[in-house]
Ligand binder design. Structure first.
Ligand code: SAM
Length: 269
């Protein structure tokens, strides 16, 4: 459960710094603003490396699992260059999708942000990039995602124990937000496979992850698939660290920042 103080802090920071209003239902994740802003700013660096060649035309992002807060679209569309950003946010949980729509509307961002409540069909039951691509011209400049980190409730309890915390302190969200079959690694590996489908036209695919070891496994997988164009980063806020990976089938190359943390990847031929 999210605590009242967490929720008030997030709401106050969003109001003070971005003039955003946010409501989150009980039992859903309360996003920490600095970490979410870090990820949005990294996306900006990926799209406009060295802040050169900033295009005049709008950029369109796909936020996979936007949550009740729709935090990434709201933040991006409140940046100083907000006129550039447009978003589609997908969400598999009906209550979160409903709140995401309300949060977009409350901030008058409907012209820039579309929320889609998505579900898995029998034909794509393992996919994680769930969005109809019926329009042959539809394309995204980037995707972003904060996947459920854990594979089971036991894993959440283990993680709390390792951090010497009570079990419910690492689990502030609903099961759908925190747990996915196989954990974050399986989610992102599936996303890589989805990204290889012909109909997912996107310049950069990205995801945040909660464990450094996951990044190593993802990189190994990308290399095995001969996807050589990828970039890594880490987000550090106080004692909390998160990592993120981006990969592309395009020709844009990013500066290598992986040297800023140690990544142990077995030798690959
Ligand atoms: C960890 S929460 C992240 C919420 C929000 N983006 C944030 O960063 O605070 C993961 C979200 O992804 C949603 N989700 C899980 N699988 C999904 C999928 N394949 N497509 C869309 N949403 C999904 C969950 O319901 C949950 O809201």
């Amino acid at each position: 459960m999210i605590t009242a103080s967490n929720r008030l802090l997030t709401q106050a920071l969003l109001k003070r710094d971005f003039n955003l209003t946010l409501s989150i239902p009980d039992g859903r994740l309360c996003p920490p603003v600095p970490n979410r802003l870090n990820y949005v700013l990294w996306i900006q660096d990926i799209l406009f490396p060295f802040h050169r060649n900033v295009p005049k035309e709008p950029i369109c992002g796909l936020d996979i699992g936007t949550g009740a807060s729709a935090i990434y679209p709201l933040l991006a569309c409140s940046l100083p260059n907000a006129e550039r950003w447009t978003f589609v946010g997908t969400e598999i949980d009906a209550l979160s999708a409903q709140y995401a729509v309300q949060n977009v509307t409350a901030n008058h961002l409907e012209p820039k942000i579309t929320i889609q409540h998505v579900s898995r069909s029998a034909t794509d039951e393992s996919c994680v990039i769930l969005i109809p691509f019926n329009d042959p011209k539809a394309r995204f400049d980037f995707t972003m995602c904060n996947p459920p980190f854990y594979g089971s409730a036991e894993e959440i309890a283990e993680s709390a124990e390792m951090k010497n915390l009570p079990p419910n302190s690492v689990c502030t969200g609903a099961e759908t937000e925190m747990i996915t079959l196989g954990g974050e690694k399986a989610f992102v590996l599936q996303m890589i496979h989805d990204s290889m489908r012909d109909n997912v036209r996107t310049r950069w695919f990205t995801s945040m992850v909660g464990k450094l070891s996951t990044i190593g496994e993802i990189v190994q997988h990308l290399r095995a698939l001969k996807i050589e164009n990828y970039a890594l980063t880490q987000f550090v806020q106080g004692t909390t660290r998160r990592w993120a990976i981006a990969w592309s089938f395009g020709i844009d190359r990013l500066p290598d920042v992986s040297g800023s943390f140690h990544l142990s990847i077995p030798y690959m031929t």
